[in-house]
Write a protein that binds this ligand. Structure first.
Ligand code: UD2
Length: 341
C-alpha cells in the first residue's frame, strides 16, 4: 500500500500539470474573447436613435456651412451664401455638356512684350483640355500680333488677335486688362459669346477644365491661401485705396489668374475695378496686388455665384498638394527679372 501510494505521486503531478494547462487555456480564451462576453446591445434602431443621428448630421452640415473659418470654408462644396465650390466629383460633366451644347465661350488673355512666349503653350494646352467639344473664341491681346503662332484648333474654335499698347511697367500691363475688358465686353463680346473666362497667359491647362466652371460670376480660390485664416488674406488694408477691405470682411482670397462669368457681369466687374484703379492712380497709389486687390474688393461685396477650388489654379511649388486631386490649370514658373524687364 505504502509502496503503491509512492508510485502514484508522479501521476498526481501529471494531473495537476494538466489542470494548470487547462486553466491557463480557459484564462487565455477569456482574455481573447472578453469583449464578446460583454458585447454591447445590438444597434438601437428605435425612432429616437434615428432622430438623434439625423439631428447630428444636420448639426455637422450647419457647422460646415456657417463656420467663419477659412480652412473649413474652402474645403466645402458650398459657400455660406450657397454658391457651389467646384471640386472633382461634385459635377456630372455629361449632364452639364448637354445643358451647354449651344453655349459660346470666350477665353481672354494678354500676351504683351516678352510674355508672348507663354501664348502658344497656353493655347495648345487649351486645345487639349479647355471646353472640349464647345464653341470657343480665344481673345488674345498683344503688342506682337505678327509674332503670334496659331495652334492647331478644333472645329468651332477661333482665334481673335487684337493690338494693345505695351505699358512700360508690368503692373500697368496687368492692370490694363481691366480697361480693355470694359471696352470689349460691351462692344464686341456681348454679341459674340455668352460667357467669358479671363486668364493669365503664363499658365497651362493640365487636366479637364470644362463647362462646370461657367456661371454668372465665377472666381477661383488662391492656392496659397485656401487653408489660411481670414486675417492672413493679403487684401489691400490701407483705407486710402479704393481696393480697401476692412478686417473681418471677405470670405476667400481669390486669384486674378482665373475668373469669369456672363459677359455683362464681367463688364460690371471690370468697370468697378477700372474705376478703382483710376481713382488710386489719381492719389498716386497702387493697390498691393494691383488688379487682383480690386478684384477681391469687388467680390467681397458682389459675391460670386460659383467658386472654383484650387484644382483650377495650382502652382507645383506650393504645399498642401495632397488635398488637391486634380491640378487642372498650372502656373508656369518664370524668371520675373527676365520676362518683365
Ligand atoms: C499675379 C497674378 C495676376 C495679377 C498679378 C498682379 C498669379 C499667377 N497671377 O501675377 O493675376 O493679379 O499678380 O498684377 O499670381 N502681362 C503681360 N506682359 C507683361 C506683364 C504682364 O502680358 O509684361 C500679363 C500676362 O497675361 C500675365 C499677367 O499680365 O499673365 C499678370 O502678370 P504676371 O503674371 O507677371 O503677374 P504675377 O505672376 O505676379
Amino acid at each position: 500500500m505504502h509502496g503503491n501510494w509512492k508510485n502514484m505521486l508522479p501521476l498526481r503531478s501529471y494531473f495537476i500539470g494538466i489542470l494548470v494547462v487547462f486553466m491557463l487555456f480557459i484564462m487565455g480564451f477569456c482574455i481573447k474573447y472578453i469583449d464578446l462576453m460583454f458585447q454591447p446591445k445590438p444597434t438601437d434602431c428605435s425612432l429616437k436613435a434615428v432622430e438623434k443621428s439625423i439631428e447630428l448630421a444636420h448639426c455637422e452640415r450647419k457647422l460646415l456651412i456657417n463656420t467663419g473659418n477659412g480652412r473649413k470654408m474652402a474645403l466645402n462644396v458650398l459657400t455660406p451664401w450657397l454658391a457651389p465650390i467646384i471640386w472633382d466629383g461634385t459635377f456630372d460633366i455629361n449632364i452639364l455638356d448637354n445643358q451647354h451644347n449651344s453655349t459660346r465661350i470666350g477665353l481672354f488673355v494678354f500676351a504683351v512684350k516678352k510674355y508672348i512666349r507663354f501664348l502658344l503653350p497656353l493655347l495648345e494646352s487649351a486645345e487639349r483640355y479647355f471646353m472640349i467639344g464647345h464653341n470657343v473664341t480665344y481673345y488674345v491681346f498683344t503688342d506682337k500680333v505678327k509674332e503670334v503662332v496659331k495652334p492647331k484648333m478644333a472645329d468651332g474654335h477661333t482665334l481673335q488677335l487684337h493690338d494693345v499698347v505695351a505699358d512700360e511697367r508690368w503692373q500697368d500691363v496687368s492692370m490694363r486688362r481691366m480697361e480693355i475688358l470694359t471696352v470689349f465686353t460691351k462692344e464686341h463680346m456681348a454679341n459674340e459669346i455668352d460667357y467669358l473666362v479671363c486668364a493669365d497667359v503664363d499658365m497651362v491647362f493640365n487636366d479637364h477644365v470644362g463647362v462646370e466652371i461657367l456661371g454668372d460670376l465665377v472666381a477661383t480660390i488662391h492656392p496659397v491661401f485656401f487653408l489660411s485664416e481670414k486675417g492672413a488674406f493679403p487684401y489691400e488694408r490701407r483705407p486710402i485705396s479704393t481696393a480697401y477691405i476692412p478686417h473681418g470682411h471677405g470670405d476667400f482670397y481669390y486669384m486674378a489668374a482665373l475668373y469669369g462669368g456672363k459677359v455683362d457681369e464681367i463688364y460690371k466687374l471690370s468697370m468697378a475695378c477700372r474705376k478703382g484703379i483710376v481713382e488710386d492712380k489719381k492719389k498716386n497709389i497702387e493697390a498691393v496686388w494691383q488688379e487682383e486687390s480690386h478684384l477681391n474688393r469687388y467680390l467681397v461685396y458682389n459675391k460670386p455665384t460659383k467658386v472654383l477650388s484650387p484644382e483650377y489654379l495650382w502652382d507645383s511649388r506650393f504645399g498642401n498638394g495632397q488635398l488637391i486631386k486634380k491640378k487642372r490649370f498650372l502656373v508656369v514658373s518664370k524668371n520675373n527679372d527676365k520676362v518683365r524687364y
